[in-house]
Design a protein around this ligand. Structure first.
Ligand code: HEC
Length: 112
């Protein structure tokens, strides 16, 4: 938990190796790759949803929310609450896990 909060408060490029591996495990467990290209992860790399390879460079999450760590995590945790018409399903990601996944996407998602 200490590691998580430390990483989450720091700018992109500063997630620890442990946090990075934890985030990848969560992304695998929740099957994000079945619908998304996820940065620095092997297949599956689905295309039902937008690519997350450049998530760190987007101005908006789902076109409607400012792309901050807090908003990105809130969307991953409960997409329909943050953007009711979204096609992104609620995958039951806890708040804490969503924060770690969001931090990973902002950390790694810098592809142009
Ligand atoms: C069943 C397919 C599906 C799965 C599984 C899925 N998503 Fe999505 N996701 C979508 C779709 C479709 C959208 C586009 C909807 C929108 O923009 O409102 C989306 C949008 C997003 C966005 C916004 C992207 C942008 O361009 O702003 C993020 C971030 C995201 N998903 C993350 C995740 C994460 C993290 C997981 C795993 C926990 C996940 N998604 C699992 C279908 C999926």
């Amino acid at each position: 938990m200490f590691l998580l909060s430390l990483g989450f408060c720091q700018p992109a490029g500063h997630l620890s190796r442990v946090e990075t591996e934890q985030a990848r495990d969560l992304i695998r467990q929740h099957g994000c790759g079945s619908c998304h290209v996820v940065p620095d992860m092997p297949a599956p790399q689905g295309n039902t949803g937008p690519s997350l390879a450049d998530q760190g460079r987007k101005a908006y999450v789902a076109g409607v929310l400012p792309n901050t760590p807090t908003m990105l995590a809130a969307f991953i945790h409960d997409p329909k609450r943050m953007n009711p018409p979204t096609a992104m399903p609620d995958l039951g990601v806890t708040t804490t896990n969503a924060q770690l996944i969001a931090a990973y996407l902002l950390d790694r998602g810098g592809a142009p």
